[in-house]
Design a protein around this ligand. Structure first.
Ligand SMILES: [Zn+2]
Length: 265
């Protein structure tokens, strides 16, 4: 197999910095960047043209770069989910907040409110969950085995993250039970399935909470570690890319129901 190579080409440094004019343009840039990211890495040579500021070098020597991210993100601290890389972005492209389980803690909300209020280049607020999330897994195990949760209270900060995710897990339990019946919990793949739906629910609920707190449309998606694509479940399979947060509780329930129907239990 030919080793993979990615070649970076710096765009014309005298050209003005290209920035999206609205949310849909920002989301399109991120979605196409993720598609490109998912497509490379195993073999072949890819040429990527990047802004002169991509590696932190200012256009004018001796100056500093003015902060101009196109989007603000909330994602998990998981080392396998670097926001800039998986969206094909670089320095000064994203205002990134990361916390285990991508939970909307007060500091995170404050950081995103700062981006919303003081960075006019920010055209979209985005929440990204990811498959195999350890924080959601801990919340699922707390629901399935309450003694685990009680033990986690020895560490109140960690317990707080888990407690924030538990309502999303409980909604996922309801969605799976409604679709597959009460015996679904006896399936060997029930825990794994609950983690998958819980990850989706946690990202969607967080995006809904942020939309309410920041009073702005918020987008969300789940990054799949195996395909390296961001998407959410749809009636006909995965709907690729980032999507608007559910607008109502009914929309959220419909989303989780769709995810539950895709399960083999
Ligand atoms: Zn995680």
């Amino acid at each position: 197999m030919t080793p993979h190579r990615t070649v970076f080409t710096i765009a014309d440094p005298t050209a003005p910095r290209q920035r999206p004019s609205d949310a849909s343009a920002a989301i399109e840039i991120m979605n196409s960047g993720n598609a490109a990211y998912a497509g490379r890495g195993t073999e072949g040579t890819y040429e990527v043209t990047v802004d002169p500021e991509a590696f932190g070098v200012p256009r004018t020597p001796g100056t500093t770069i003015r902060q101009e991210p196109l989007a603000a993100t909330l994602s998990c601290s998981d080392a396998r989910v670097p926001m800039e890389q998986l969206f094909g972005r670089f320095t000064n492209d994203l205002f990134v907040t990361r916390v285990a389980g991508n939970v909307p803690s007060p500091d995170v909300i404050g950081s995103l409110q700062f981006a919303e209020s003081y960075l006019p280049s920010v055209k979209a607020i985005v929440v990204v969950g990811h498959s195999s999330c350890g924080a959601v897994t801990a919340a699922v195990d707390s629901v399935l085995k309450p003694t685990t949760h009680v033990a986690s209270l020895d560490n109140p900060e960690l317990g707080n993250i888990v407690a924030t995710i538990i309502p999303s897990v409980r909604m996922s339990v309801s969605a799976i039970t409604e679709v597959h019946g009460s015996h679904a919990s006896e399936s060997a793949s029930y825990r794994t399935s609950l983690i998958d739906v819980g990850i989706l629910a946690n990202a969607a609920v967080t995006a809904m909470a942020l939309a309410e707190q920041i009073d702005r449309e918020v987008f969300f998606g789940v990054y799949d570690l195996s395909t390296r694509l961001v998407g959410i479940p749809g009636p006909d399979g995965t709907r690729g890319g980032l999507h608007s947060a559910p607008g109502t509780e009914a929309d959220l329930r419909a989303l989780l129901s769709t995810a539950a129907r895709a399960l083999s239990l």
